[in-house]
Design a protein around this ligand. Sequence first.
Ligand code: UD1
Length: 422
Amino acid sequence: MDKIVIIGGNPLNGKIKISGSKNSALPILASSLLTKDKISISNIPNLSDVTSMFDLLKSLNVNIRKKVNSIDLTSSTPESFFAPYEIVRKMRASFLILGPLLARYGEASVSLPGGCAIGTRPVNLHLEGLAKMGVNFKIENGYVRGNINGRLKGTTLNLDKVSVGATENLIMAATLAEGTTIINNAAREPEISDLSKLLIKMGAKINGFGTKKIVIKGTRSLKSCSYKIMPDRIEMGTFALCVFGCSGKVELENVNEEICVHLKKIFKPLKSLKLKIFKNGKRILIQKDADQEISLKIKTKEYPGFPTDLQAQLTSALLKTKGKTEIIENIFENRFMHISELIRMGAKLNQKGSKVIVSMCKKLKGAEVMATDLRASSSLVIAGLMAEGETIINRVYHLDRGYENLEKKLQSCGAQIRRIRS
Ligand code: UD1
């Protein structure tokens, strides 16, 4: 298993090109199952989660052709409509093929994802929504088996909880349903809008994406289109927090204005972190000014709130800041696996239930640590960059699920970080 070795203490200065969004790419790739026509997608990040989605789609008879700047996907009828445990257990987003398969073929058999390092993560909202659209589900041997005679039926779906994945699965399913589907209490994440824009280019009729009420008028078939995936806002936020933790000045390229404005808003409480958006919104400068004492309370929330996917990185970035910050995790029940590793490096963290209090630590020292999930891994990278001496991060395959060339991008800004392959 690869390891990452970091010698901490350098400020970061340079330019970084942001990759396409992982959380957009996965549902967008799953959408290829909705049509027999070719869809051509660009700005797909090179990540192991994307490779897992390709493997799954190939097993469902999707032809995938890599071109210089884009990837063509053409989906023909598969022999079976089956997503095996070996793929779903590696990547929960595999569950996103359920809606498209049921909508196009009226049949699907998908392994239940089970729990993961950050919590139980049920899929009840996906299943309840699809059941209300007419699907009969059976759960057998760890698999969800769904079928429907004819087309899905449009209806009003009131989600009990805001869920990104359920909203995406239901939007995709509703595009080919008979009649109109209304999703109330829908997730408003920019990745939902990105998916909706792709589907509209494919001929779907979707209104209200980006709000809590999404209305989809079903159509009989969808068609070919080309689409460019939006930049990864979590990657952007991670680099901004690297700069906050290490000091310096880093320009992020290949971004978009809407995300820049959002990041500026969520990072406003970190007074010494300055974000300057360039005129066309395609570049943003992240700069750390002289340290200021801060005492904050930050809660993770659904978009447009502070994202849970940046909670671990925020914790690391604050380790050496004067003051006390209370971070409350509201989305997942067990997203604190990084805490004990950070404490091994000298961090002053006190976690109780869904809350962690970050106090200033005078000496953060490198150590050998273990990555436990994707975002916990990047929080260890940030801590390693901030710490004195050497940090060795084990199990970096977690990092490779969601960050493209992380160590190369950081090296180009002066970080001493390298990968040991094994
Ligand atoms: C997506 C993101 C992930 C992010 C999360 C929250 C992708 C591929 N992943 O995950 O990076 O951390 O949104 O922003 O886009 N829930 C239920 N029942 C369900 C579904 C969800 O109770 O059927 C709960 C979950 O346990 C969690 C909350 O709803 O507490 C939000 O989860 P959800 O938005 O569905 O997360 P994902 O789509 O899995």
